[in-house]
Design a protein around this ligand. Structure first.
Ligand code: NAD
Length: 707
């Protein structure tokens, strides 16, 4: 676990977990570490301490499985205090401590390093240094808030602590988080050389590590301003859903003015508060374990042969989505033929990549240096013959079944029998579209989200005849693009559009019932969604919602069930208020000012005198999504609750602090959710009826997740 050897008076501590690929901090490794610290501090033959790792990274941080299971704040506070005591013992034992950091030092790993007197990192371009705990609902509880604050000052520490930014070696050097960065493989020698130099012993006494608060003391005007801004920003950003952010800020405010030991005691208290919060569990579960599982889908390695990666990609349709997909593929190093009805349109699609790269260059983004090579990989075209040789084609033409059938046939006439054909349709069932294909086993849905360059999720949809090999190749392509896939079975709206639309439609139904528009929008923000349902409808456009509804009505016939929200969307279209793209929807969008609610809205949808409590509206907007997500699971559209949570958070901005719709049910408890559904069903209709799956879980006392 932790090896110790002593040579020439230097103790060499090597973190080396025997059964894990990474070093993690948990009860077991803490016990071993504390023992080693005691030994090096008390052994009079030891005059200096070198610490390194036998793994490619230094220490990956706290063991998240261990933290996920934490339920007792008193116990966690004690764990944090024990850790602080051991770190302080090493820091003040009077012997110089140097850390050689192989690869990255993040979270607990960096906290170990910050307690040393000298830190050597490497220039490995993949190496990162930072405290990303906040991004997983956590708080650096191993001294990170206090040492970071004292080493870089409050103004620089706040974004590093609250946003969890991961720094490259050069930035870490600038901040003083690293003392040196050497070629990979040289770090142990460099740290040892420092320990053996006069410098290591010149800065006596070692028991008074000279912490400072560069950039002014805690009460300087600059720091006070930074704290005020941070406080306002994070309250707005997290809508009170992410308690770790306020707790981190509290560590800075309360711990900063004190001596380091008092500061560490403050940190232990807030760490214990944070780590048992439902938001912390939800974020670790979805953003770490959920994404880890989604990025290693079993289907990718299902076959006996390794899955071939895409070599040459065709994209049909150079509109908003096609242009974005072409950019993403070219960025991943793939040659792309971007095809549209005319060469001009195809060139316009390529110009989108030029614009994106120009913006990145203006921001000083390193990656944009490859701009010319990236652009050279995109070949605009209006000739289907240029698709010859593509092993994967993504179709992103207009959402029109007949057109999609035509381009499918045209493509198949020119590509080989093993070319994968992926459609980016957002609403049309895959099995139906595959009827136009001679090779339905090669036909699959790859649902990208807009804007493609920013959105991390791809929903991979299996048609009834899609083969396992096609799925594996589609997943390999998604991985090549650096995106996270969730695999779902075919359904109207698949998983993401189907559940996301319930949020929008419920907002419209509330409006029709006479709930004040501002209350609806505010409730949407309190759910934690990036925008309220009315503003979102304007973005999507009422016209599109009404069009999809009309198509559903035709396809389902007698089985069609109208949602009251659809009536509102249809009315908005009749009144010519289709949404943002026309400058008029629930809001007016003046060219030179911020959007404002449409003044005429009150005449169309009278606001009733008795308004519901905002929390009731929040719950309705949440429950609508949770119920539809469970239906997707019971119908087999989703393979797991965790897939559903990952898809919700990455796909439509469901708040990570709630984990996702299943995470929300888990936090509230299945029993309570079923009871609320029954009440809502009585008040607002059958769309709120609790799904059978939930009722069964209630009867059996089951939960979606163990923690
Ligand atoms: P768009 O209108 O911006 O682009 C469609 C493009 O297809 C146009 O450039 C058009 O010229 C081209 N096209 C038409 N006929 C063609 C043909 N015969 N051959 C080649 N190209 C042809 O549409 P979009 O928003 O990019 O959507 C494309 C697809 O992606 C649709 O199926 C849509 O449902 C789906 N989708 C859209 C979004 C979104 O947010 N817009 C998100 C996910 C999926």
């Amino acid at each position: 676990m932790i090896d110790l050897s002593i040579r020439g008076g230097i103790a060499h501590i090597v973190w080396n977990h025997p059964s894990k690929s990474q070093n993690l901090i948990n009860d077991e490794s803490c016990a071993a570490y504390f023992e080693v610290i005691e030994r090096v501090c008390t052994d009079p033959t030891i005059s200096g301490v070198l610490m390194s790792s036998a793994k490619s990274d230094f220490i990956a941080g706290g063991d998240l499985q261990w933290l996920l299971q934490a339920t007792d704040p008193a116990l966690m506070q004690q764990r944090s205090k024990d850790w602080h005591r051991a770190q302080r013992r090493l820091e003040t034992c009077g012997k110089p401590v140097a850390v050689a950091i192989s690869g990255s030092a993040l979270g607990g790993g960096l906290e170990v390093a910050l307690a040393a007197h000298y830190r050597v990192g490497t220039t490995d371009p993949k190496a990162r240094f930072g405290l990303p705990e906040a991004t997983l609902g956590l708080l650096p509880g191993g001294g990170g808030t206090q040492r970071m604050l004292r080493m870089v000052g409050a103004v620089a520490a706040l974004p590093l602590l609250l946003e969890g930014k991961k720094l490259r070696a050069a930035e870490a050097l600038q901040h003083g988080l690293l003392n040196a960065a050497v070629e990979p493989g040289q770090e142990v020698d460099a740290a040892l050389a420092w320990l053996q130099s006069d410098k290591a012993h010149a800065q006596q006494p070692w028991d008074r590590k000279d912490f400072k608060l560069p950039g002014g003391s805690m009460s300087s005007p600059g720091v006070v301003q930074a704290l005020t801004v941070a406080n306002a920003m994070l309250r707005k950003r997290a809508q009170g859903l992410q308690p770790q952010l306020l707790d981190i800020l509290s560590c800075v405010v309360h711990g900063g003015p004190c001596d380091i030991d008092t500061g560490l005691a403050v940190e232990a208290r807030f760490f214990a508060h944070t780590v048992v919060q439902p938001a912390c569990k939800a974020m670790i579960r979805t953003l770490f374990f959920g994404m880890q599982a989604a990025n290693k889908p079993a289907a990718l390695s299902a076959g006996p042969q390794p899955t071939p990666k895409a070599q040459r990609v065709g994209v049909l349709g150079a509109g908003m989505m096609g242009a974005g997909i072409a950019y993403a593929a070219a960025k991943a190093g793939l040659p792309v033929v971007l095809l549209d009805a005319t060469l001009e349109q195809a060139q316009r699609g390529k110009a989108y990549s030029e614009q994106l790269l120009a913006k990145q260059l203006a921001r000083g983004d390193d990656a944009a240096r490859q701009a010319q090579a990236l652009l050279a990989r995109i070949q605009p075209s209006a000739e289907y013959t240029d698709l010859t040789g593509s092993d994967l084609v993504v179709e992103a033409v207009f959402e029109d079944r007949a057109l999609k059938a035509r381009v499918t046939a045209q493509t198949e006439a020119l590509t080989t029998a093993d070319t994968v054909f992926a459609t980016n349709t957002s609403t049309l069932p895959i099995t139906g579209l595959a009827e136009a294909s001679k090779r339905p086993e090669q036909f699959i849905g790859l649902h990208f989200f807009s804007p493609v360059d920013k959105m991390p999720l791809v929903e991979v949809i299996m048609g009834q005849q899609t083969s396992a090999a096609t799925l594996a190749r589609a997943l390999a392509f998604v991985r090549q693009l650096g995106k996270t896939p969730i695999v779902v079975n075919d359904s109207r709206g698949f998983y993401t559009s189907r559940v996301f639309s319930t949020y929008v439609l419920e907002g419209l139904a509330l409006l029709a019932e006479g709930v004040a528009p501002a209350l609806i929008e505010n409730a949407g923000l309190q759910v934690g969604m990036p925008v309220g349902p009315l503003a979102l409808t304007d973005e999507v456009s009422s016209e599109l919602i009404a069009r999809i509804d009309r198509q559903t009505q035709i396809d389902l016939g007698a089985d069609y069930r109208a949602h009251p929200g659809h009536i509102v969307a249809r009315q908005m279209v009749e009144w010519g208020r289709i949404g943002r793209k026309s400058g008029k929807g629930f809001y007016d969008y003046p060219a030179d000012a911020a959007k404002q609610l449409w003044a005429g809205l009150g005449e169309r949808y009278a606001v009733r005198p008795d308004q519901p409590d905002v929390q009731d509206v929040v719950e309705r907007l949440l429950m609508a999504q949770c119920i539809e997500a469970v239906r997707c699971l019971e119908e087999g559209v989703l393979h797991s609750a965790l897939d559903g949570d990952v898809g919700a958070v990455l796909g439509w901005g469901f708040p990570a602090a709630r984990g996702g719709p299943f995470g929300e049910i888990h936090s509230q408890g299945v029993n309570r959710v079923v009871q609320r559904c029954e009440q809502l069903c009585r008040q607002h209709g059958a769309r709120f009826a609790p799904p059978q799956r939930l009722v069964q879980m209630q009867q059996r006392g089951e939960a979606f997740y163990p923690h």
